[in-house]
Design a protein around this ligand. Structure first.
Ligand code: HQG
Length: 178
C-alpha cells in the first residue's frame, strides 16, 4: 500500500477510534473496541471505504503501533478523548521520563504542572528522542524531564500503553524540570 494511503487510513482510525466514533455511527465498547465489520461498513457509508486487508496492513505497519486487532475487533491503544477503560495495571516507571513540548507552553507547565488537556492522561516518553519527536509536532521542541521515580515513590500511579507510551493523570510541577 502506498504510504500516503496508509497515513490517511491511520488518521481516519485515530479520529474515529479515539475521539469521534459517533461521527460515523460507530459504537466503542467500554474498553474502546470497535467491531471490524461495523467499522468497515460505517467508513464505506461515510465515503471512506477501505478493506480488511488495508486495515490489517495499517495496524501492523503503523510507525507507533497505535492500534491493536484482536479477532474481529480493533481499538486504539492510547490517545483517547472519549471515555474508555483500557484496564492497564499501575506499573513502576523508570527513574526519569520525558515530555516534549514547545517554548510557549513551558512557563505554564512549570507553574501548574502537566495536565492531560484534551486526553485522558498526560503522555510521557521513555527517552529524549521520542519526546523530541512529540514536541516537534508543534514547533521547535523543548524536552522536560519528569522525576518519575520520585513521583511514584510519593504515591502517584503510572501506566504504560501497549505501544510504550507512559501515562499519568497529571504531573505536579515539583517533579518537572527543563
Ligand atoms: C501541553 C501523539 C500549557 C503539552 C504524540 C502538549 C504523543 C500544557 C499539549 C501523544 C500544560 C497537549 C500526546 C499546561 C500540558 N500548560 N500547556 N499546564 N500541560 N500542556 O497532543 O503530549 O501521534 O494532548 O505540552 O506522539 O503533545 O496521536 O499531548 O503540547 O504520544 O499517536 O498541551 O500524541 O501521539 O497536547 O501528545 P496533546 P502530547 P499520536
Amino acid at each position: 500500500m502506498d504510504e500516503r494511503r496508509a497515513t490517511r487510513i491511520s488518521k481516519y482510525l485515530a479520529l474515529h477510534l479515539r475521539h469521534r466514533p459517533e461521527r460515523i455511527g460507530l459504537t466503542l465498547d467500554a474498553e474502546g473496541w470497535a467491531d471490524v465489520t461495523e467499522l468497515l461498513a460505517a467508513a464505506a457509508r461515510h465515503a471512506f471505504p477501505f478493506t480488511r486487508a488495508e486495515l490489517e496492513h495499517v495496524v501492523a505497519a503503523n510507525d507507533k503501533k497505535r492500534y491493536e486487532l484482536a479477532g474481529n475487533r480493533v481499538r486504539a491503544v492510547q490517545g483517547h478523548s472519549v471515555p474508555v477503560e483500557l484496564n492497564l495495571p499501575p506499573t513502576p516507571p523508570p527513574e526519569f521520563l520525558y515530555h516534549g513540548t514547545v517554548r510557549r507552553s513551558v512557563e505554564s507547565i512549570l507553574r501548574e504542572g502537566l495536565r492531560p488537556m484534551g486526553r485522558h492522561d498526560v503522555h510521557l516518553s521513555p527517552d529524549r528522542e521520542t519526546a523530541r519527536r512529540v514536541g516537534a509536532r508543534r514547533g521547535e521542541p523543548i524536552i522536560l524531564t519528569v522525576d518519575a521515580g520520585r513521583m511514584a515513590a510519593d504515591g502517584h500511579e503510572f501506566r504504560v500503553s501497549a505501544n510504550g507510551v507512559w501515562l499519568a493523570g497529571s504531573v505536579p510541577p515539583e517533579y518537572l524540570r527543563e
